[in-house]
Design a protein around this ligand. Structure first.
Ligand SMILES: [Zn+2]
Length: 500
C-alpha cells in the first residue's frame, strides 16, 4: 500500500543514513589500506629487516617497538609484526632513529667523516663558511662515506675577488665592480647546487659594508635559499646589535636566516637572542638557530676575529686559549704573536662559554644540534672534540645524565629540524630526517643507556660509544660499533636549482 508518509520518511531515512553509509565505506577503505602494509609485510622479503627496535620518528611522534623493512635504499615497511629480510638484524634494546643531519661540519673529508658517522651522522653539510667554486660537490661523488653538501661561500668568493689576498678579503670593502663579481660567483654556486649562502660575518666584519650585506640578503631572498651566518660580535658583551642588524635585514628582504652556533657568538646574550628569534618568528620571519654541546669554541689562530680587540668581546685573555697540539694554554702576548706568525694555519680552542648558556640553548625548542666540527686529516692532528662526539654527547650527557631535554626532543633537533631547514629548496631533504615509509634509509641505531662521547680536549681522536649501527641509503656504514671499510655511499645534497 502506498503510504506517502512512510515513503517520504523512507527516503528521508536513507538520505539521513547516507552519511553513516559513506563513513562506514570510508572506514572499510581505511581498514583495507592499513591492512595492505600488514599483508605486504607478511610476504615481502626486504633487503634488510631491522627487527625489535624502539623506533622513534619525530614526524609522526612514533616511539614504540616496531620492525623496519628496507627495500632499494628506502624505508618500505614499519610494522608491529616481525619482517623477513635477505638480512635480518635483531635490534631489540636499541633505539632506531633517522640518521643525524649536521648543518655545520667543516671537516669535509673521509677522515673526519669516519668520526662523524661513528657519532651517528649520516649527512654532514658545510653551511657556515661554504665553498666556492663547488668543484668538491662533483669530485667527491662516489668517494664519500656520508651525504655531503655546501653553501655558497661568501669568504671564498671574496678571496677570489681580492685575487687570493686573504688579509684584503677579510678587512677591505668591495668596490662596485668587485661587489658585482662576488655576487656573480655566489649566483654561480647557487646554480651549481649550493644550499644557501654561508657568511662568516664576524671574520670579515669591518670589510663588509651595509650595502654588501643587504645585497647578500637580497640574493638569498630572490633565490629562496637561507643565509647561514656567524654574526658580528660587538666589543660590548651586552650589545645585541649583531643579531638585530640581521633580523632587520630578514624583515626588510624577507630572506631566510639561520644563525650558526648561538652559544659561542651569543655568550651571556643567549636568553636575549632566543627571545629575539622567537619574536621574529612570531612576525612570520623564517629564522632558525643551532648549538653545539661544549663550553669551548674553536677557530683558526690567524682568523680575522683576532685582528682586533678580541679580549673584550669574548671577555677572556690568553690563558683561556688552548693550543691543541700540546694542550697548553697561551701564557702571554709574546707567545700568542709568535704562534700566530709561526703556525699560519694553526687551530686553537677558546674556553669561553658557561655550561648554563649551553643548557639554555640545547633545552630551547627552537635550537637544533649542529657540531661545527673542525677539519682534521690524520691521527696526529688534534682538533676540538665537537667534530667527533657532538651528537653522542647531547644524547648521553644532556638527555640521559642531565635530563635537560627528552630523547625524542634531542632526536628531533638532530634530524627533522635540520631537514626542514633545507627541504623547501632541496627536495632530497624531504626524504631525510624522518623514519617513515618512503624516506631514505639513513638510519642511526644506538643504545640509549650507553651512548656517550669519548672525544676530549686532551684526546679528541676517539669515537663515540653506543652508536651501534649506521645505515646510509640502506647500506651499513657502521656495524656493531665498527666502521665498515671501503663503503662510500654518501651522496651530494644539492638545491633544486642544481644544473638549471
Ligand atoms: Zn663560526
Amino acid at each position: 500500500m502506498f503510504n506517502p508518509s512512510r515513503s517520504s520518511s523512507g527516503i528521508a531515512r536513507r538520505i539521513h543514513r547516507f552519511p553513516r553509509f559513506a563513513s562506514a565505506m570510508l572506514l572499510a577503505m581505511v581498514l583495507l589500506l592499513t591492512c595492505i602494509p600488514q599483508a605486504r609485510t607478511a610476504t615481502t622479503v626486504y633487503d634488510l629487516a631491522l627487527n625489535g627496535g624502539r623506533v622513534i620518528d619525530p614526524t609522526t611522534h612514533l616511539d614504540a617497538a616496531r620492525n623496519v623493512g628496507i627495500l632499494k635504499g628506502r624505508i618500505a615497511a614499519i610494522s608491529k609484526a616481525p619482517l623477513k629480510g635477505k638480512e635480518q638484524i635483531d635490534v631489540s634494546g636499541l633505539v632506531v632513529a633517522p640518521g643525524f643531519i649536521d648543518l655545520h661540519a667543516h671537516g669535509q673529508n673521509n677522515f673526519g667523516q669516519a668520526y662523524q658517522v661513528r657519532d651517528g651522522v649520516t649527512t654532514a653539510l658545510e653551511l657556515e663558511i661554504g665553498d666556492y667554486p663547488l668543484d668538491a660537490l662533483r669530485e667527491r661523488e662516489g668517494k664519500s662515506i656520508i651525504n655531503y653538501g655546501y653553501s655558497a661561500g661568501h669568504t671564498a668568493a671574496r678571496i677570489l675577488v681580492k685575487r687570493g689576498d686573504r688579509a684584503k678579503a677579510n678587512h677591505e670593502p668591495l668596490n662596485d665592480t668587485e661587489l658585482k663579481q662576488m655576487l656573480g660567483y655566489l649566483t654561480k654556486a647557487l646554480d651549481d647546487g649550493a644550499l644557501g649562502i654561508g657568511i662568516g660575518l664576524d671574520y670579515v666584519s669591518r670589510g663588509v659594508s651595509a650595502v654588501e650585506l643587504e645585497s647578500l640578503f637580497k640574493l638569498a631572498a630572490a633565490r629562496r635559499v637561507p643565509l647561514f651566518i656567524h654574526i658580528r660580535m660587538p666589543d660590548d658583551r651586552n650589545d645585541l646589535s649583531g643579531l638585530k642588524e640581521l633580523l632587520d635585514l630578514t624583515e626588510k628582504t624577507r630572506a631566510s636566516f639561520h644563525m650558526v652556533h648561538i652559544v659561542s657568538t651569543g655568550l651571556g646574550r643567549v636568553p636575549m637572542f632566543l627571545k629575539m628569534i622567537e619574536s621574529a618568528r612570531k612576525k612570520g620571519l623564517d629564522v632558525t638557530t643551532e648549538a653545539y654541546p661544549y663550553t669551548a669554541g674553536s677557530t683558526g689562530i690567524n682568523s680575522g676575529i683576532f685582528d682586533h680587540d678580541w679580549q673584550k668581546k669574548f671577555g677572556i685573555s690568553y690563558g683561556e686559549i688552548e693550543w691543541p697540539p700540546t694542550g697548553s694554554r697561551f701564557a702571554s702576548k709574546e707567545m700568542w704573536d709568535e704562534y700566530r706568525a709561526r703556525y699560519r694555519n694553526g687551530i686553537i680552542i677558546i674556553h669561553v662559554m658557561k655550561e648554563e648558556w649551553v643548557e639554555q640553548a640545547l633545552s630551547h625548542p627552537l635550537v637544533m644540534v649542529a657540531s661545527d666540527g673542525m677539519p682534521i686529516s690524520s691521527f696526529k692532528e688534534r682538533a676540538h672534540p665537537r667534530g667527533m662526539g657532538c651528537f653522542a654527547r647531547v644524547l648521553g650527557r644532556y638527555c640521559r645524565e642531565k635530563k635537560i631535554l627528552s630523547l625524542n626532543e634531542a632526536i628531533r633537533k638532530m634530524t627533522l629540524m635540520p631537514a626542514q631547514r633545507l627541504e623547501k629548496f632541496s627536495p632530497a631533504m624531504r626524504r631525510k630526517g624522518r623514519l617513515t615509509i618512503g624516506a631514505d634509509a639513513d638510519i642511526t641505531i644506538f643504545d640509549a643507556d650507553e651512548v656517550i662521547d669519548r672525544a676530549t680536549y686532551a684526546e679528541p681522536n676517539q669515537y663515540s660509544k653506543g652508536i651501534v649501527h649506521v645505515l646510509v641509503g640502506g647500506t651499513f656504514v657502521v656495524r656493531n660499533e665498527q666502521l665498515v671499510e671501503g663503503v662510500f655511499v654518501g651522496k651530494p645534497v644539492v638545491s633544486n636549482r642544481a644544473g638549471a
